[in-house]
Design a protein around this ligand. Structure first.
Ligand code: ARG
Length: 517
């Protein structure tokens, strides 16, 4: 009976049924996602900004001051609400393209932003503050930051402030917690970030070892951002006014900040300034992209070089007769092929130093080292398999042939096996190289200003996502096409039959003692 159920035919039908069901469910889900009724407020938020928006650790739900405020507002307006998690620098572009109806994300109302999007009336009073290591007494004000290393979150007012500091080296991260981690790991001297968020991180997330100096470098007001000329503006302002009046606002505020809410103006003072949104200057963009492309090329070249050396060593170890060695290499390859490169990068850059520091060692390596290490370890794992496969694909008879010509194994490898294996290895090697060019973009998450990050940084100040990312894509395409062309040429060159023939050497008659010049 049991045996019959598992007969292949039945099993195939069962599999097809399950797959069909999954596909159907998935499509239904997608369709329902796309069919949102216009009465739903779809609100974008970047949930790495506690206590304003964050993921609850145990339930995975969005929680925070902003989340509760927006939910209360929707309730007051009689609207349904749905939150969408987005990167902070993606919020304004998403509003521009109207993929979301609003964004609440501790976003400061600035005259610059108000050129591309609208803001509701202010809902929170905040400001920037400088965070440094507890032991650091050299930094007390913004002026002290001259020439120092500062970490910031991308596209924020903190990043803008940092850019104004003379001679400072700035590292840009995807969000505030990562910037603070960078400070904790001792790789920067300061972080410029929103005061309530830094305070909360130091108190709640146990970022001991950090302190705040230069409190409230600026005064800022948060507003809910909406697309220009949206009908929701009035509804949201009304809802905000309603919950400010009926005490809901004060109740939420008290719960998150254990204080009475301050008086809020009707219009943010910043809006009185003349806002000049930075236009997209093509010359500047080109320059920045070229600078990024150069770093991408360096990262690719270095990682491929070390990956090749590492991969070759692992490949030889994997065909060696030593079993524990083969075993170790297997684990290595499986680990680096089987886990996302992004995770590896985070582990090496943020994780390792934190681990060592908790053990009392003051280890912290710079990002170039971390990026090249992570990329090379990953590439080496893939290359090891490619090299091993290539070598093992050469017929055993070739080894015997070498032996019968009195070659030792190293010579056989060098003159007989490897030249043949190399031709087979080349195409997958080319694939790997092209993949690597694209994978270097992951280094952006550790603040590397390679090609992709340069694009992101430009979008963060110009809000011209389409043109900029298209330009970024084209530069990648040029690089990968050049690489693929080079590998094709190399392949043709390595082909002994079709290789472009060199002109046969004419024998030069020579006599001893007589040399022609
Ligand atoms: N208030 C700052 C700004 O508007 C930072 C906001 C960052 N918010 C976030 N959810 N990551 O630039």
């Amino acid at each position: 009976m049991v045996a019959r159920i598992f007969r292949v035919r039945w099993f195939k039908r069962f599999l097809a049924l399950v797959l069909g069901l999954l596909l159907g469910l998935g499509t239904a889900q997608l369709v329902s996602l796309a069919q949102d009724t216009p009465s739903v407020w779809e609100v974008g938020t970047e949930p790495a900004f506690p206590p304003f928006e964050m993921k609850d650790e145990s339930t995975g739900d969005l929680v925070g001051f902003d989340i509760e405020l927006m939910t209360a507002m929707a309730e007051a307006a009689g609207r349904e609400i749905k939150f969408v998690a987005l990167p902070f620098d993606g919020l304004i572009p998403a509003l521009q393209s109207k993929t979301i109806s609003a964004a609440i994300s501790g976003m400061t109302i600035t005259a610059e932003r108000a050129q591309t999007i609208d803001f509701t009336r202010p809902y929170f009073k905040a400001g920037l503050a400088i965070a440094v290591k507890q032991s650091d007494d050299s930094i007390k004000t913004l002026d002290d930051l001259k020439g120092k290393r500062i970490a910031v979150a991308i596209g924020t007012t903190g990043a803008k402030k940092a850019a104004e500091v003379e001679g400072a080296t700035i590292s840009t991260f995807d969000n505030s917690p990562l910037a603070l981690q960078e400070l904790l790991n001792g790789r920067v001297d300061a972080v410029i970030n929103d005061l309530p968020v830094t305070l909360y991180a130091i108190r709640e997330a146990n970022l001991q070892g950090l302190k705040i100096v230069g409190e409230l470098v600026t005064e800022e007001y948060y507003g809910i951002a909406i697309p220009k000329n949206s009908d929701d503006l009035a509804a949201m302002n009304d809802a905000l006014a309603a919950i400010l009046q009926n005490g809901t606002y004060a109740e939420i505020y008290g719960r998150w900040f254990s204080a009475e809410p301050p008086e809020l103006p009707l219009v943010a003072p910043a809006l009185a300034e003349a806002g000049t949104a930075q236009g997209l200057a093509w010359g500047r963009l080109f320059q920045n992209l070229m600078r990024g492309a150069w770093i991408t090329i360096l990262l690719t070249a270095a990682s491929f070089f070390f990956g090749l050396i590492g991969g070759a060593m692992v490949a030889f170890a994997m065909i060696s007769p030593i079993k524990p060695l083969r075993w170790l290499c297997r684990i290595y390859v499986d680990f680096f092929r089987g886990t996302p490169m992004l995770v590896q990068l985070f582990m090496i850059y943020f994780g390792l130093p934190a681990l060592f520091q908790s053990m009392g060692f003051d280890l912290s390596f710079n990002r170039i080292f971390a990026a090249i290490l992570a990329l090379s370890l990953n590439v080496a794992a893939y290359l090891a398999e490619i090299l091993r496969g290539g070598i093992q694909s050469i017929d055993r008879g070739q080894w015997e042939a070498g032996e019968s010509l009195a070659m030792n194994p190293v010579e056989t490898m060098r003159y007989v096996i490897f030249p043949q294996a190399f031709r087979r290895i080349l195409p997958p090697l080319g694939n790997e190289f092209i993949t690597l060019i694209k994978d270097t973009s992951l280094a952006a998450v550790i603040g590397f200003e390679e090609l992709f990050r340069q694009g992101q940084l430009t979008v963060a100040t110009t809000y011209r996502a389409f043109e900029v990312y298209l330009a970024v894509a084209i530069v990648y395409l040029i690089m990968t096409s050049l690489a693929s062309f080079a590998f094709k040429r190399l392949e043709a060159y390595m082909d002994p039959i079709n290789r472009p023939k060199k002109a046969p050497k004419t024998p030069v008659p020579s006599a001893i003692g007589v040399s022609e010049s």
